[in-house]
Design a protein around this ligand. Structure first.
Ligand code: TYD
Length: 135
């Protein structure tokens, strides 16, 4: 079975002042960065995502608080709790993603390989499964 949860550990450059992590395109993440967005102030009980992408590659890092990701390839699903600023979830290929259980203080940063493009989204789950099965 294809591994669905791919985590990247980042080196923390710490000293007596605190911690720092640097993310560099094609060095410690495997793609060119074109966009960064972040999700915060998520209301209690709200889930997000519920889509797949044809081409986009992403890395999700929970900078503060916690969130649960579900990654689904149309056959299998796996979930992971992100709760550490030095761990990134790498999402590549045709994968349905959902985000659940945001903590009140959650700040989720997403680094993406391309600009926002609604044409790259698959937002209907049944359509996603059909496309995944045809691959
Ligand atoms: P949406 O796709 O619903 O977010 P999520 O997948 O996290 O549930 O995006 C919310 C709104 O923000 C929607 O109107 C599209 C817009 N948006 C942008 O304009 N640029 C972006 O980079 C993203 C991710 C969303």
């Amino acid at each position: 079975m294809q591994q669905l949860i791919n985590l990247i550990d980042f080196t923390i450059m710490g000293d007596d002042r605190g911690s720092l992590i640097a993310i560099e395109a094609n060095k410690n993440i495997p793609f060119e960065v074109k966009r960064v967005y972040y999700i915060f102030d998520t209301q209690s009980g709200v889930s997000r995502g519920f889509h797949a992408h044809y081409n986009l590659e992403q890395l999700a890092i929970c900078l503060k608080g916690s969130v649960t990701f579900i990654i689904d390839d149309g056959t299998n699903k796996e979930q992971v709790v992100l709760d550490s600023p030095n761990v990134g979830l790498h999402i590549k290929g045709l994968k349905w993603r959902e985000m659940h259980d945001f903590s009140e203080d959650c700040i989720l940063m997403v680094i993406a390989s391309d600009l926002y493009d609604e044409a790259d989204y698959i937002r209907d789950y049944d359509e996603f499964v059909k496309i995944a099965e045809a691959q």
